[in-house]
Write a protein that binds this ligand. Sequence first.
Ligand SMILES: [Zn+2]
Ligand SMILES: [Zn+2]
Length: 549
Amino acid sequence: MAAKLRIMPLGGLGEVGKNMMSIEYGRNVLVVDAGIMFPESDMLGVDYVLPDWGYLRDKKDLMRAVLITHGHQDHIGALSHFLGEFNVPVYATRLTRGLIEVQLEQKNLLAGTTLHTYASDDVVNIGPFTVEPYHVCHSIPDTVGLGITTPGGLIVHSGDFKFDHTPVDGQPTDHAKLAEFSNRGVLVLLSDSTNADQPGHTPSETVLDDAFHQIMREAPGRLIIATFSSLISRIQQVVDVTARHKRKIAIAGRSMVENTRMARQLGYLDIPEEILVSLDEIQNLPARQVVIMATGAQGEPMAVLNRLATDQHPVLGIQDGDTVVLSSHTIPGNEEMTHAVINRLFQRGADVYYGPLAQVHVSGHASQEEQKLLINMLRPHFFVPIHGELRHLKQHGKIARQLGIPDEKIAVVENGYPLTFDDGQLEIGERVPGHHVFVDGALVGKVGPTVMREREALGQSGFVTAVVRYERQTGRPVGQPRIITRGFVFAPEAGELLSQAEDVIRAAASVRPGNPSSEVEVQVESALSRFLHQETRCRPVVTSAVIEE
Ligand SMILES: [Zn+2]
Ligand SMILES: [Zn+2]
């Protein structure tokens, strides 16, 4: 049987984040991106989410390379976990590589990993594939899309992109390369759908210059600007406006400090030495001369902005006259946390600019007209919307149809559906089951749906545990039972309820002589649950420990 070309989406299709896919031909597998997703509000206690790459486990020996499009966490954040399992060379552009090195160093994986640097316009041969990264505009420099020539045809993977004619780094998306791909004939276009429900064009990054300029001019005191630590272009814009206003800038937040250091060292971020100051040095400057670039625009609990809002930062505190700008789009699911931080900042006396109130953020992703432009430039044979929730993918599929791509050549699928391209035909295979892989502290993939349901139940009404000593011979409890409770009622103030509960426990533990303690536990738990619900209309999680004498 002849080899076939197969594309398998493993993350980022049907969700925003944890982007990852494999491209396979015969006994050769390429992986594109390995990102994480930030937890949604119902993922209790989860730090972040990994793609489920179980599908790749029996292809370990066939894997040729991981190709990275850019340095955002939803594209590189899972690499340290992935490389802990698969020893595969990684290809990335210079800045992206720098950001990956920071991550691998933290996990002690840097020494054991083979990293290759590629650049736009390079031609890299990997097994039967020829990989051609090409420059695209996004909100971080050194972002590429990928042309991947396979024996089955040319695949173009857009990465995250927009068509910005006046980007911060002065390098627009490489139209010439796209035209060249088009001339060669594109079999499949995989294109970023994040903003498929946004009509028109995404504004250029330069529109922010005016907004920052105006806010900085009017800010009576210090200006604190929060964004993602990986939005290197945004940091550059703030630095440029800071210099114009003869202010000084300090960087706050570990990831932002590290990314800034790396980007400066590699020449992707230009911060004149004389305007960069430390957090300690700003204490000695007049407030009107200070700009602080900080993490936490998503309301993340551990980031700088939330620590300022709750007055828990070791060096900084909000003071009268401070102006705070949240320069990022709130990721769905983070709204509540972000709004809470904004309210607290106002409470502490800061003036706050955010999202709809001021143009302090532009998206790094293409809107509908740009998505159309890409499709029309490449005129692909097949179209697969990637990077987005199902509603975004569906909308992007509609756009392709409007542009004349026939229905049967468009594959709107979520993670896990293998797409096989053979002889001008596209076949969508059976879904390979997958799930979210939660990372909670050092636990990777150990926290599943059952644990999540338990956390939810505990979060609803807390728990009550009954501890009873029991004599099997007589089938009677010994002494007073003990009740331990958290998150249900405040024990010192619920004496009456808890002493009644003790009677219920004693009665339930009075059984036929010889009954094993395991049976007594079941009895105690059900009686106690019933009693507590009857009395309080609440359903705490009830457990018991019956200890045989
Ligand atoms: Zn991105
Ligand atoms: Zn992305």
